[in-house]
Design a protein around this ligand. Structure first.
Ligand code: PEP
Length: 256
């Protein structure tokens, strides 16, 4: 963490929470954190709960994000949701290229690049996710994989888009497995990503917030966030429970 980059904690609820369950979770979270949370917080519920959660978050500083969007602005794409639709629910952020989208729904680097541009065109802040599989790490390909993902999705963006961009380094082997990357492993990749962003975009590239994601809990968050280039966390499983998620947000606020 670096004082010039305010910490962000984002919660990816994935395909969890009906609307009544989403309402309870958000009410509990607001009760835990108050109207002015200890760090920037972004909640990413499923599409179905966005409007309802948005109404509850009105008057708080907690931000809303979607988990996905379609690359096209509108048209005959049954079942899909555009950036403008997402934005019209009150979202300010959207996850792009989560490894579950890449792995289970066939999203290529090119598709992630198109979605990143679509998010920006709709006035959203994309949280672009990247990370290597276990096999890639074991073959010492981590740097090559994340560099390729970054190059395709991000390095071709116009410089004026960069202040709205966030990255999430999420090693695939750490997501939902209970196996968190060590703080040193996270720092190494975050530093590499920041260096590439800096080479391409200069100071605004170096200021992009890079979150770590992968089995982050209230117990592991503090050590991860103590690393110079870890600017926050993207939290899956541990974001489904208000007390634990609030502890992660407090750890991020304290690491500032
Ligand atoms: C995620 O899906 O973005 C994630 C980080 O999940 P988990 O925290 O459950 O590993």
């Amino acid at each position: 963490m670096n004082a010039s980059r305010p910490p962000v904690v984002a919660g990816n609820w994935k395909m969890n929470k009906t609307n009544p369950e989403a309402v309870s979770l958000v009410r509990e979270l607001i009760a835990e954190l108050g109207a002015s949370p200890p760090c920037e917080i972004v909640l990413c519920p499923p599409f179905t709960a966005l409007t309802e959660v948005s109404l509850l978050l009105g008057g708080t500083a907690i931000r809303l994000g979607a988990q996905n969007l379609h690359a096209e602005a509108k048209g005959a794409f049954t079942g899909e949701v555009s950036g403008d639709m997402v934005r019209s629910t009150g979202c300010t952020h959207v996850l792009v290229g989560h490894s579950e989208r890449r792995r289970l729904f066939g999203e290529s680097d090119d598709m992630v690049a198109k979605k990143t541009r679509a998010a920006l065109a709709s006035g959203l802040s994309p949280i672009v996710c990247l990370g290597e599989t276990l096999e890639e790490r074991e073959r010492n390909e981590t740097a090559a994989v994340v560099t390729r993902q970054l190059e395709v999705a991000v390095l071709g963006l116009p410089p004026d888009a960069v202040p709205r961009l966030l990255l999430a380094y999420e090693p695939v082997w750490a997501i939902g497995t209970g196996r968190t990357a060590t703080p040193a492993q996270a720092q190494e990749v975050h530093a590499l990503l920041r260096a590439r962003l800096g080479e391409r975009f200069g100071e605004s590239g170096r200021r992009v917030r890079i979150l770590y994601g992968g089995s982050c809990t209230a117990d592991s968050a503090g050590d991860l966030l103590s690393q110079e280039d870890v600017d926050g966390t993207l939290v899956g499983g541990a974001s489904l429970e208000a007390k634990g998620f609030a502890r992660i947000a407090r750890a991020a606020g304290a690491a500032r």
